[in-house]
Design a protein around this ligand. Structure first.
Ligand SMILES: Nc1ncnc2c1ncn2[C@@H]1O[C@H](COP(=O)(O)OP(=O)(O)OP(=O)(O)O)[C@@H](O)[C@H]1O
Length: 602
């Protein structure tokens, strides 16, 4: 790496460290070392041309100043940097206009700092940007016209001080969008059913769907209110408007009270129903009905789906639209169900709905999790979408019964693909699955891991194959809902979060071993992990690999590279395991090498 780049990076880090002058050398960022060849923490390079691709400096207690101008003014860096993450530090400063020169950036993550000032309009020049996270800072001023960045699929800007209108985004492009708890105003552009009120809450002057507040007359009075902020007295219009609100509030309160009274009645019936279900669990096998008993007693209206995504209620809460738009608890109650699994976390039913859609319903076995925790967890998970993580369609929660509905994946699981017959999974597909799952898991760890929501039960039967045979992780966050020390019980995880995440890293390592060896996790009582480790110790590494991979001439070098990643993941001590982010990067490098070699072969 060129001296100029090294110098700029060390200066950039010195500024990030602020008063903590020792910090940059403990992170290995030394002028006399090489960022790509030596161990500079958080620096990831392109192995081919030794250029800096990613700077991932999350949660390192950096309390200095962010100087993006320094980084983006240096051509070689600006031309290579694709991912910059400084989440969860205590950085000051802002986003400099020069950010517009870092044109290769696909991800910019700055959440959880003390950054302030306006967002520069040069952000719009980042044509490659896909994910922007500036949440939980002190940014102010308007949102730039980010709608002009066509590939942007995530914008997290919640918990700032942003003002002005929301640009006219095409929300169908977004997996994640949140601007809640700012000072934004005006009409929300059409979200086309993609996001719920949660993404916009806490902006007193924002109006229109999906917020319950309509815009009629409000924008006008709002402009008026904002321009005459200093004037003490209320205008006639404002008095009218506020009295209108007061009347509306009274009507809403009356409505809620009425609803609660009616629901109380309904609840008793549901509890009775659940009692029957729980009691029936042991006996119901094939072609039973998940929740059929007593259904005659229940009137239709009491089971209508809650229309607000993520709202807490006794009825079915629909999380995923449009797939589950019409899904009602009643539909699940009356549909024929087939028991397809009884794992340690509960039973799994395949349910054919009236409209022909097939869903699976997981009945969570452990009922010690409180309904509040369960609902809260579902709320959080419903906002975190990744194309390779299966989101629940809906959930149901009462004291005695917790259900989760997912779309049925007819192509089965990775377990079946690897261990069923015929075995058809070639090396390129296995490497592709490993890379996709690693990236999806790294994403989930980044988005919800710090809140203690991990997969908790990662295994090949929980990796499902979608219609296009692409893999996805199912049942993310279902485990760990039970015991009292559940990470979720104390969302403020201090220092323990990464430990919890390392359980998933282990589970992922075992999946890698299954992909590489083609063997079951337990064969005649012998643990696959122990077996692989003993064979590798004896230096018979070649013996480990699935014979079918060797016979298709898969590169042994890359098999060994992937095995090394797997062995690091299943290390006995959690702290020695890499993070999922590091795992994803390592596997991507192996995959890129594989792809290059294929091009040469052609
Ligand atoms: N959405 C789905 N579509 C199709 N098959 C599924 C779906 N979810 C799970 N399965 C499959 O159904 C079977 C039973 O699933 P279940 O979750 O009960 O088993 P498990 O993973 O062994 O148990 P547990 O997760 O409780 O430890 C597994 O083979 C799994 O791959």
């Amino acid at each position: 790496v060129e001296d100029e780049v090294k110098r700029t990076l060390t200066q950039f880090m010195t500024k990030l460290c602020g008063d903590n002058v020792q910090h940059n050398s403990t992170l290995g960022w030394k002028q006399d070392a090489d960022p790509c060849k030596d161990l500079w923490q958080g620096v990831y390079c392109d192995a081919q041309n030794m250029s800096i691709k990613r700077l991932l400096l999350e949660r390192l207690n950096l309390s200095g100043t962010l100087d993006l101008a320094m980084l983006c003014n240096l051509q070689p860096l600006a031309a290579s940097l694709t991912f910059l993450s400084l989440d969860g530090n205590k950085l000051n400063g802002g986003i400099a206009t020069e950010i517009g020169s870092c044109t290769q950036l696909t991800r910019l993550h700055l959440s959880g700092n003390q950054l302030s000032g306006d967002l520069p309009s040069s952000l719009v020049m980042l044509n490659n940007l896909k994910r922007l996270d500036i949440s939980s800072n002190k940014f102010s001023g308007p949102l730039p016209e980010l709608s002009r960045i066509s590939g942007l699929n995530m914008l997290l800007a919640q918990n700032n001080n942003l003002s002005g209108n929301i640009p006219a985004f095409d929300f169908s492009n977004f997996d994640l969008f949140n601007v809640s708890f700012n000072n934004l105003s005006g009409l929300i552009p059409d979200v086309q059913g993609h996001f719920s009120a949660d993404s916009f809450l806490g902006n007193p002057y924002l109006c229109g769907g999906p917020l319950p507040k309509t815009c009629s007359g409000l924008s006008e009075s709002l402009n008026h209110t904002q321009t005459s902020e200093d004037s003490k007295g209320l205008s006639k219009d404002q008095i009218l408007m506020y009295s209108g609100y007061a009347a509306l509030a009274i009507v809403v309160i009356l409505f809620v009270v009425l609803k609660l009274c009616r629901r109380k009645k309904g609840e008793n019936k549901i509890e009775a129903l659940n009692g029957a279900v729980v009691a029936n669990d042991g006996g119901s096998e094939k072609s039973s009905n998940v929740l059929r008993e007593n259904k005659g007693e229940i009137s239709r209206s009491e089971f209508s789906a809650t229309s607000e995504s993520g709202m807490v209620s006794q009825s079915l809460v629909v999380l995923s639209r449009p797939t589950a738009n019409e899904l009602k608890l009643e539909d699940l109650l009356k549909a024929p169900a087939e028991l397809i699994g009884r794992g340690k976390n509960g039973s799994l039913y395949k349910v054919m709905l009236d409209n022909g859609i097939m869903v699976v319903v997981k009945r969570i076995k452990d009922l010690t999790i409180s309904s509040i925790d369960f609902k809260q967890r579902m709320q959080i998970l419903s906002h975190v979408k990744h194309p390779h993580v299966l989101s629940p369609l809906a959930f149901y929660c009462s004291k005695q019964e917790k259900l989760l509905a997912y779309e049925y994946q007819q192509n089965g699981s990775l377990f079946k693909l690897l261990h069923g017959t015929p075995k058809t999974l070639d090396w390129t597909s296995r490497l592709g699955i490993a890379a996709t799952i690693a990236e999806a898991l790294a994403f989930m760890h980044q988005e919800v891991g710090q809140q203690g929501i991990v997969h908790g039960n990662l295994k090949s039967s929980n990796i499902l194959l979608k219609k296009n045979m692409e893999p996805c992780i199912s049942e993310y966050g279902v485990v760990g809902m039970d015991n009292e020390r559940s990470p979720f019980a104390s969302p403020i995880v201090s220092g323990g979060a990464s430990e919890i995440l390392k359980g998933d890293v282990y589970g992922f390592g075992v999946i890698l071993l299954e992909l590489l060896t083609g063997k079951l996790v337990k064969i005649n009582g012998i643990d696959l992990t122990d077996w692989v480790q003993s064979v590798v110790r004896e230096e018979w590494t070649g013996e480990v690999f699935d014979k079918s991979l060797l016979s298709e001439y898969a590169s042994e070098e890359r098999l060994v590279n992937l095995l090394q990643v797997a062995v690091r993941c299943v290390n006995g001590s959690p702290e020695a395991r890499p993070s999922m982010n590091q795992v994803a990067l390592m596997i991507n490098t192996i995959k890129e090498e594989e792809e290059k070699s294929l091009i040469y072969q052609v």
